[in-house]
Design a protein around this ligand. Structure first.
Ligand SMILES: Cc1cc2nc3c(=O)[nH]c(=O)nc-3n(C[C@H](O)[C@H](O)[C@H](O)COP(=O)(O)OP(=O)(O)OC[C@H]3O[C@@H](n4cnc5c(N)ncnc54)[C@H](O)[C@@H]3O)c2cc1C
Length: 410
């Protein structure tokens, strides 16, 4: 009988859980080492585009991940003088060449992937802090324990110990901006108006405030400010300072809790995504500015693809090189366009409008930005697009017009 192959995974985040679930579903035994005392995500929301949806569907996590979270219909944004800057519309049904966008809480998304991994038989060891790996397939934890495997995966985030112990990091760039992300409970009575599927963003100087409805209970706010903006980057959130920037949102800003963190955006580039039997995936390999909302989506796509490449390979090291050759070009395209697409808050509004709407350029730029979202992930080519269980519910008039790409009447 053929021996079951075994993987040791560092990191129980989006990438680690996805590769673990996908390998276990293909007959591998898998153990995840998570340094925290439980698998959990911090309190914020996340955008997941069509590519991520396809991966989640393929590991059996999409129904749970998007329960009570219908797709977004459009994105609107205004400058500090209330002038309309940019608008984007999204399909609500699977549409060739276009991408749906779902917005959920990180915890709901992570638990959906975690449950898929557990159902597939993955073992999760918490409070297990990985300190290094070796290319012949060994993982070592802070307690001195060593674990041998056919495949070791470093999915331990942007500060990856696995990656650094193998000297794979080529460049780690800290950007000028960062963000405070929070979930805020809706006011009583909000469910009456659910579903709210419009994403809204306001600009003021170099600060931005993004509103994303997630579900009936909470919405997600992302408050972006440069590192050099001492009050803007301050935690706990400096509510007075932010309310001065967005006076019309004062009551909303004052509802934000005081347990906040400010994360500086980083872009990482590696010499190689693998060394021998060790693969690096997710933010550990390719973190990016959240300009396209594709950091996690890319992690999910590359994690599933990794499992597909190694699944029946005779030579793991060779399969990992083939995986990188297949996946790296689109990943670097995504990192590049995430930075290019970063909102031009310092430009005059006329220039920003031109940037988003100049005929010809707009079409080409939109295609570049959407390429990661509309590219069918490796391993899902034969799958029908996932649709929510309640998709048979009749569409509203607005949704029908968005689906048909007709103008919305206001
Ligand atoms: C402001 C902001 C907004 C974003 N918005 C979006 C968005 O809307 N859509 C999107 O797709 N992406 C978004 N991203 C990017 C997204 O958050 C990341 O790409 C994603 O979290 C990467 O997942 P990961 O599993 O690789 O890493 P992580 O989520 O960082 O998970 C790593 C896991 O490894 C564990 N770990 C770390 N070190 C060790 C160790 N030594 N031993 C054991 N375990 C360890 C950690 O505890 C954690 O559980 C955003 C990022 C930022 C900064």
């Amino acid at each position: 009988m053929k021996r079951r192959r075994h993987a040791e995974v560092a990191g129980g985040g989006f990438a680690g859980l996805t590769v673990a679930a996908a390998l276990a579903q293909r007959g591998w035994t898998v153990r995840i080492h998570e340094r925290s005392d439980e698998v959990r995500a911090f309190g914020a929301g996340i955008w997941i585009w069509e590519n991520g949806v396809r991966v989640l569907a393929s590991i059996g996590a999409s129904d749970e991940a998007f329960r009570n979270c219908p797709p977004a219909t459009e994105f609107l944004n205004w400058d500090s003088r209330g002038r309309h800057v940019h608008c984007a519309k999204f399909p609500v049904e699977p549409t060739p060449g276009a991408a749906r966008l779902f917005c959920v809480t990180r915890q709901q998304l992570l638990m959906a992937i975690y449950n898929a991994a557990i159902r597939a038989g993955v073992e999760v060891v918490t409070r297990s802090h990985v300190v290094r790996a070796s290319s012949h397939g060994e993982l070592e934890t802070a307690s001195g324990q060593r674990f041998r495997a056919d495949l070791v995966v470093g999915a331990d985030g942007v500060n990856s110990k696995v990656r650094d112990s193998l000297g794979l990091l080529k460049r780690r760039r800290r950007h000028a901006d960062g963000a405070i992300r929070v979930l805020v409970p809706h006011l009583p009575g909000y469910p009456d108006s659910w579903p709210d599927r419009v994403l809204r963003e306001w600009w003021s100087g170099r600060r931005r405030l993004l509103y994303t409805p997630c579900d009936r209970e909470v919405f997600y706010l992302c408050l972006t400010a440069p590192v050099s903006d001492v009050e803007g980057a301050q935690v706990p959130l400096n509510r007075e300072s932010w309310a001065r920037s967005f006076p019309h949102l004062t009551s909303l800003i004052h509802r934000i809790g005081s347990e906040n963190r400010y994360d500086v955006f980083e872009t990482t580039t590696l010499y190689s995504w693998s060394a021998g039997r060790v693969a690096i995936v997710g933010d550990a390999a390719h973190s990016m500015v959240p300009g396209l909302g594709q950091g996690c989506g890319t992690a999910l796509v590359n994690a599933l693809s990794l499992a597909v490449f190694v699944h029946e390979a005779e030579d793991i090291a060779e399969a990992l090189r083939a995986w990188e050759t297949a996946r790296r070009p689109l990943t670097e395209h995504t990192q590049f366009w995430s930075a290019i697409a970063w909102p031009k808050t310092r430009w005059p509004v006329a220039a920003v409008r031109l940037f988003y709407n100049l005929p010809g350029w707009e079409r080409w730029m939109t295609a570049q930005r959407l390429r990661p979202a509309v590219t069918v992930p490796h391993g899902t080519e034969d799958d029908a697009p996932w649709v929510p269980a309640d998709a048979s519910a009749p569409l509203t008039g607005t949704e029908r017009r968005v689906a048909r790409r007709e103008p919305i009447r206001r």
